[in-house]
Design a protein around this ligand. Structure first.
Ligand code: C5P
Length: 245
């Protein structure tokens, strides 16, 4: 059991677990079209896959989606019309991912004590990863992120694209979502840290609170560029085959 001074003992918890899904990005790296979260994968919006993936974990009690301003009604209808397996609501997203998460955080009921933050752009995360993140937070870790080892050699470059250094690969991790937090820690991180970071764990790190890394999964990859859709469709096809239909 890890100690979590900022949060108290979550192993005795009676609280609920909420998942926040930032889905308000434009998806510019995908090219023109609908907001990324609403683009179709296997005939269904990516967002629906992402919410179902979270709800597949019996430990997730409710889901709050941060939607693009112009799509709030459309997303509310989507969440209403699909059988998702968990209570789901929608808030208007913000200018940045960090703003979108902060807006959703404000709407959580008081009895939520663990919060997951999961990119809509990672629609195929396996339920085992969701469960493992929640279990580690419930075990007392204030912040938990799934990750994979980095397979490419990573180099830093200057403005002229000339390499300035090569980073030791063995110590690098590619961080995925869902990221899990004791609610009090995530709220404090959003209130106190304002760094323009690209994930929530980055805010927690800035407070000097330890962030535990646990094994992620290849299928939790982020759909960012057109080729990622090809991979995502292939993963869905393989899942259909293994279910026998
Ligand atoms: O841009 P990036 O790929 O890092 O976005 C990660 C996630 O954050 C996506 O699911 C995207 O929809 C979401 N996002 C958001 N609000 C923004 C920008 C991104 O909810 N203003």
């Amino acid at each position: 059991m890890a100690s979590s001074g900022a949060t108290g003992d979550l192993s005795q918890r009676t609280g609920r677990t909420a998942a926040i899904v930032p889905a308000a990005g434009r998806g510019e790296r995908l090219g023109p079209g609908a907001p990324k979260a609403l683009r179709l994968l296997g005939g269904q919006p990516m967002l629906v896959h992402a919410v179902r993936a979270l709800a597949a974990s019996r430990v997730v009690d409710l889901v709050v989606v941060a939607a693009p301003e112009e799509s709030v009604d459309e997303v509310a209808a989507l969440l209403n019309d699909h059988d998702l397996g968990a209570d789901a609501s929608v808030v208007q997203g913000g200018e940045t991912r960090q703003d979108s998460v902060a807006r959703a955080l404000l709407t959580l009921p008081d009895d939520v004590d663990i919060v997951l933050v999961h990119d809509a752009a990672r629609p195929l995360v396996p339920v085992e990863v969701v469960n493992a993140v929640v279990a580690a937070v419930a075990d007392g870790h204030p912040a938990v992120v799934p990750a994979l080892a980095v397979v490419d050699t990573v180099k830093e470059v200057d403005e002229g694209s000339v390499v300035t250094r090569t980073i030791e690969r063995d110590r690098l991790r590619a961080i995925q979502t869902p990221q899990g937090f004791a609610r009090a820690v995530l709220q404090r991180a959003h209130a106190e840290a304002d760094l323009g970071v690209t994930d929530d764990a980055g805010l927690v790190e800035a407070l000097g609170i330890p962030v535990l890394v646990i094994p992620g999964h290849e299928e939790a990859f982020k759909v960012t560029r057109p080729f990622d859709f090809v991979i995502a469709e292939a993963v869905l096809a393989r899942r259909r085959e293994s279910r026998g239909g």
